[in-house]
Design a protein around this ligand. Structure first.
Ligand SMILES: [Mg+2]
Ligand SMILES: [Zn+2]
Length: 185
């Protein structure tokens, strides 16, 4: 087994922060799931590169602006920095389902962008996509990532509907993090 630390790519809503069927539209509505911020910081401090790849069709739907979205991500980044860590990058798709963009998961555009930034291919450089929805898993699998389902957000529902996928399951981002830190210590 290679001890090369995998690149870690996180979905946002339902993984890092609480999700809502009404979308996360304001800075106040963006609230971290317990343990998620410390998890990201711990992974970062242990030498993992942690990225975010998040669908944000609420922008295309007019529920919130790119400016508000950037403020949410500045808050998220600041919270992680307060714990001594950092994100390697935060990528979002602002498009709607009918825009036919190449970045909205289950398409793999955001993951490809990360590969290009790093100058690697995830078929040969290990990467793990962590999400709570089927489309997160599909996007990760499309680019050769290992995929992890967390049971926060929509995860519980996703688990029982996609038993044919080859994913690992963790209660939440904190449980995934502890296992990963243990495995690559
Ligand atoms: Mg999600
Ligand atoms: Zn897009």
């Amino acid at each position: 087994m290679s001890n090369e630390k995998p690149i870690i790519i996180l979905d946002r809503d339902g993984v890092i922060n609480y999700d809502s069927d009404q979308y996360i539209k304001t800075l106040d509505e963006w609230q971290p799931i317990p343990g998620s911020i410390k998890s990201i910081a711990a992974l970062s401090k242990a030498g993992f590169q942690v990225y975010v790849a998040t669908n944000q069709s609420g922008v295309a739907r007019g529920y919130y602006t790119i400016d508000t979205l950037n403020k949410m991500h500045a808050k998220m980044q600041q919270l992680v920095e307060d714990e001594g860590g950092t994100f390697a990058g935060i990528h979002y798709c602002p498009h709607g389902p009918d825009d036919n963009c190449s970045c909205r998961k289950p398409k793999a555009g955001m993951i490809e962008t990360i590969e290009q930034e790093l100058g690697v291919n995830f078929n040969t450089t290990p990467a793990i996509m962590v999400g709570d929805s089927k489309r997160d898993l599909e996007a990760g699998i499309a680019r050769g990532c290992k995929v992890v389902l967390v049971l926060t957000g929509k995860g519980r529902d996703t688990q029982y509907k996609n038993m044919d996928f080859h994913f690992n399951v963790f209660t939440d981002l904190a449980a995934f993090t502890l296992e990963t830190l243990f495995k690559y210590q």
